[in-house]
Design a protein around this ligand. Structure first.
Ligand code: GTP
Ligand code: MG
Length: 195
């Protein structure tokens, strides 16, 4: 997709604050610090539109990015940030759940996993939910730049097995540093948006 225009259209916590459900949306979920906001920037070809941080727990709102008046990318807060208080973790879970349960125009919920690490119990739970709810089950394996060819091979197999990914093409290794597979991911999203 050639990005002619993109903007941070809305920052929301509650559903009353969401933009109208008038365009297909692709939302990114995953652990805190896995690279969801960096992925948003890489897909948009922008350095800093989405705020990123080396410290987990950076994104605490649902951020809607509108692209070409054709679709939206939705950067969700991460889960599993252990240092957060129970109250904060509950608030984030509520924010994410409300979005997932109410958004009819969600075209795909994309799970991001750090390619260097084994998926967590929460990742598995999320992925099962994604398949149960009829989504394709696209997995983006982030930080691929940090792995050797051999490590990558192993990591791919580990992710496939841990999450029970139905077929190989659903796992796309990617890097915000090298921009590897950003074009491939846009092709996939374009197809899904047209579907
Ligand atoms: P929360 O908002 O806390 O949920 O985190 P997030 O998932 O949005 O992560 P974010 O994009 O803020 O990135 C976390 C850290 O990982 C930052 O220091 C990024 O620079 C780094 N990072 C993200 N993607 C990549 C990647 O593909 N390769 C490398 N090497 N670092 C990355
Ligand atoms: Mg973030």
């Amino acid at each position: 997709m050639k990005i002619r225009q993109c903007e941070l259209e809305k920052v929301a916590v509650k559903k009353e604050q969401y933009p109208p459900a008038d365009l297909p949306e692709f939302a990114f979920c995953g652990r805190s610090n896995v690279g969801k906001s960096s992925f948003t920037n890489a897909m948009l070809g922008r350095k800093n539109l989405a705020r990123t941080s080396g410290k987990p727990g950076k994104t605490r709102t649902i951020n809607f990015y509108r692209i070409n008046d054709a679709l939206r990318l939705v950067d969700l807060p991460g889960y599993g940030y252990a240092v957060a208080s129970k109250k904060e973790q509950d608030a984030w879970a509520k924010t994410i759940n409300e979005y997932l349960e109410s958004r009819d125009n969600l075209a795909e919920l994309i799970l991001l996993v750090d390619m260097r690490h084994e998926p967590t119990a929460k990742d598995k739970e999320m992925y099962a939910w994604i398949l149960e709810n009829g989504f394709a089950g696209l997995v983006v394996a982030t930080k691929a730049d940090k792995l050797s060819k051999n490590q990558r091979h192993k990591a791919f197999a580990t992710i496939k097995k841990a999450l029970n990914v139905p077929y190989d093409d659903l796992i796309v290794p990617y890097s915000a540093v090298t921009k590897e597979n950003v074009d491939v991911l846009w092709e996939i999203l374009d197809d899904m948006a047209a579907y």
